[in-house]
Design a protein around this ligand. Structure first.
Ligand code: DX5
Ligand code: ZN
Length: 229
């Protein structure tokens, strides 16, 4: 992890959904300053899109110098999520809306040794997460409808993020609050200001001429807003 991130407590996780899949090693080399690589697993069931599964993610894990932040947009996460933890992903995030036993699954992921994350779609309220807050290492507040990169950030998700940040602070929790979807130089500040500390960005990073410079720009913008709390 970059030393800048360690100091600021801000993490920038580029999503490889916006990368060139057949040049993955070269693409990973373009984001050397990233904190984690965000890997979007989609099953054409929980979301209307299809990406890759454990075999592909296992190869990325084996070759990536950057730890993996796996985002599972799949039904039946109890069946699949442990496999991603077992292959060595640093964090595995599943959707609350898809999980039959979210607490049990989070415990299983931690037991295997990965960080456990829980994600919520834009329409899912904050309070349903309060019961599981202490069982997870990160909460992912989707800032677009999951399924595709390149969509517009939904500012209406910010009050939910604020509620979660307030609740986490009240409990003295060290849970990371992640945002994903439409994060760019023009939207990252409002997310940081609302309480996010971990930022997924696909097109804003891989669509830039210099992805590492884009990461630095996002990091600086987020840090400036976080410090205004
Ligand atoms: C969307 C995915 C995101 C996506 C973000 O369902 O979960 O991680 O790759 O892409 P951008 O940053 O382009 O909105
Ligand atoms: Zn994602």
């Amino acid at each position: 992890m970059s030393s800048v991130a360690d100091v600021s407590g801000i993490r920038i996780n580029p999503s490889i959904l916006a990368a060139d899949f057949v040049n993955m090693q070269a693409e990973l080399a373009r984001i050397a300053t990233a904190d984690f690589v965000h890997v979007d697993v989609m099953d054409n069931h929980f979301v209307p899109n299809l990406t890759f599964g454990p075999q592909m993610v296992g190869r990325i894990q084996a070759t990536s110098p950057i730890p993996l932040d796996v985002h599972l947009m799949i039904t039946d996460p109890e069946r699949w999520a442990p496999e991603y933890a077992e292959l060595g992903a640093a964090s595995v995030t599943f959707h609350l809306e898809a999980a039959a036993d979210p607490v049990g699954l989070a415990r299983r992921l931690r037991e295997i040794g990965s960080r456990a994350g829980i994600a919520v779609k834009p329409a899912t309220p904050a309070d349903v997460l309060f019961d599981i807050l202490d069982e997870v290492d990160q909460i992912l507040v989707m800032t677009v409808e999951p399924g595709f990169g390149g969509q517009s950030f939904m500012p209406e998700t910010m009050p939910k993020l604020r509620l979660l940040a307030d609740e986490a602070r009240r409990r003295g929790s060290s849970v990371w609050l992640q945002v994903d979807g439409g994060i760019s130089a023009s939207t990252i500040e409002q997310a940081a200001e609302a309480g996010a500390d971990t930022f997924v960005a696909g097109s804003a990073v891989f669509g830039a001429g210099d992805p590492d410079a884009a990461i630095a720009g996002l990091r600086a913008a987020a840090a400036a807003s976080v410090h205004r709390h």
